[in-house]
Design a protein around this ligand. Structure first.
Ligand code: FRU
Length: 498
């Protein structure tokens, strides 16, 4: 297999530089960029007995650049091994980036990647545009060869009225009858989102696309990284719309996320939404991708970052920037999307500490409850049923001048995350609020801490709140406080080990 100069150069760069980053300066159980920049997860798949995860990758700096595909594999979705970069922008049709895409196993055993090739061109009027088209690469799990017939889909194949500049992020599946289907983002010239669906008998020859759904200006602009799948008797679309307007407590992130639950008319290929919600209510969460695991679980991963806050970090260009969320098991219950950390996480729990009916009023710490790489399960109720508490707060990554906190006001049902004091020296967004009803007068919070992040799963995963934080590692304390009185059950584990 021929390897281009660009690909072989990046492979030696990432090997040399990636190995210089000590493990203790990376997340303990979240995948981070091998070196340099990472954005969207790509090609999340199960292939030859391992989970494969590719990602948007610009190794030469800690800011975005023309994307390569980084590559890692794992057996448990928690411990990742880097493999050599899989794709480089080294062809005439993708010279300005190998953008996001997905992976599928072919009947002959090869893995096929489908990605967006980007080409920047100056038009006659002097304006510069990115032309986007879909391309293929075939491989064995390590080496991938681009298809000589690339691109396999150009803007000519789009349904009428779609722009050639927003045609990207193909999400592929192999259907029961052996044919293939992709869903891609596309939009009008005015950038009103649509999703297109294309079909192919062999993954190579594709029919003209049809519109799966039109946004009609409702949820932001272009819907990036879309995906369509069936789960729990419903059809689900997950996507990341650019430039969203907030609606009540939904969609506060600018570049946000959207889950639509509804029905698909399989004949006409038209999706009708019945329910919409943000996927995550924290600060840093974008560009989801899912797989159907061999055991039937629908597992989602996302980029634990938000485009709006990325300029808020100033990092050494030879370090890493960008990490993925914990992979999350999905389900639909009562018309709502639920998320829960993959059960594999329970296997790396250690040093259990448990407390029951702790009376919390004012601020307190609990013996054995501290640390930055931890899994906490907390259940709260009113200590006195006659006197509901006014506020409950957990501070973590606390110490010296630092803390990040989650606080809950039962009266207005609001959960807030605040990382203003997490050590950030930039005026980026540090707070988000989510509407969280209590359930049977109880509130449950599962909190996953890693060196550079927090993920909260509330009420069995009905809401999640995700944020990264770059707090000095000396800040290890966890405190609990209440205005009024709370009764708290708590189980805490450290996470880690081989
Ligand atoms: C989403 C996105 C995708 C695109 C990729 C480029 O974060 O903008 O639409 O394929 O990032 O890196």
């Amino acid at each position: 297999m021929k390897i281009s100069e660009k690909l072989s150069k990046v492979r030696s760069y990432e090997e040399n530089m990636g190995n210089c980053i000590p493990d203790e300066e990376r997340p303990a159980y979240h995948l981070s960029s091998r070196v340099g920049w990472m954005n969207d997860p790509n090609g999340f798949s199960w292939y030859q007995g391992k989970y494969h995860l590719f990602y948007q990758y610009y190794p030469y700096n800690t800011v975005w650049g023309p994307c390569y595909w980084g590559h890692a594999v794992s057996e448990d979705l928690l411990h990742w091994t880097y493999l050599p970069a899989a794709l480089a922008p080294d062809e005439a049709y993708d010279a300005d980036g190998c953008f996001s895409g997905s992976a599928v196993t072919l009947p002959d055993g090869r893995q096929m990647l489908i990605y967006t090739g980007v080409l920047r061109r100056e038009l006659e009027d002097g304006t510069v545009h990115d032309f986007q088209q879909q391309c293929l690469a075939f491989g064995d799990g390590t080496e991938y060869e681009k298809y000589e017939g690339n691109p396999v889909l150009t803007s000519e194949d789009l349904p009428e009225g779609c722009s050639p500049y927003d045609f990207r992020d193909p999400s592929i599946i192999r259907q029961e009858d052996g044919s293939y289907r992709i869903v891609t983002c596309c939009a009008t010239i005015g950038r009103d989102a649509r999703l297109a669906m294309f079909r192919s008998p062999d993954g190579i020859h594709w029919d003209r696309g049809r519109i799966l759904i039109r946004n009609n200006e409702r949820f932001g602009k272009v819907w990036e990284c879309p995906e369509l799948f069936r789960m729990d008797e419903k059809w689900v679309i997950l996507t990341s719309p650019m430039d969203m307007l907030p609606e009540g407590f939904e969609y506060h992130n600018g570049n946000g996320t959207l889950c639509l639950i509804g029905d698909l008319d399989e004949k006409s290929g038209v999706f009708t939404p019945q329910h919409d919600q943000a996927i995550d209510y924290g600060i840093d969460f974008y560009a989801t991708q899912t797989i159907l695991a061999p055991d039937g679980r629908r597992i989602m991963i996302a980029w634990m970052q938000n485009w709006d806050t990325t300029p808020g970090y100033r990092l050494d260009p030879t370090s890493w920037f960008g990490q993925m969320t914990i992979p999350r098991e999905l389900s639909v219950r009562d018309g709502r999307l639920y998320q829960w950390p993959v059960r594999e996480l329970e296997q790396i729990r250690k040093n259990k500490v448990a407390y029951e009916n702790v009376y919390v009023s004012g601020e307190m710490e609990l013996e054995g409850v501290r640390g930055r790489i931890a899994d906490l399960e907390i259940e709260l109720s009113n200590a006195d049923p006659e006197e509901p508490f006014d506020k409950f707060t957990i501070k973590f990554a606390a110490g010296g001048r630092y803390y990040t906190m989650l606080s809950y006001h039962p009266a207005d049902q609001i959960m807030k995350i605040d990382r203003k004091f997490s050590g950030s020296r930039r005026a980026i967004i540090h707070q988000r609020r989510a509407l969280v009803p209590m359930k049977d007068n109880k509130l449950k919070i599962r909190l996953l801490l890693d060196r550079y992040s927090v993920e909260a799963f509330i009420n069995d995963g009905a809401q999640t709140i995700t944020a990264n934080l770059y707090t000095d590692m000396g800040a290890q304390r966890i405190t609990f406080s209440a205005v009024g009185a709370v009764s708290m059950n708590l189980v805490k584990y450290d996470l880690g080990g081989e």
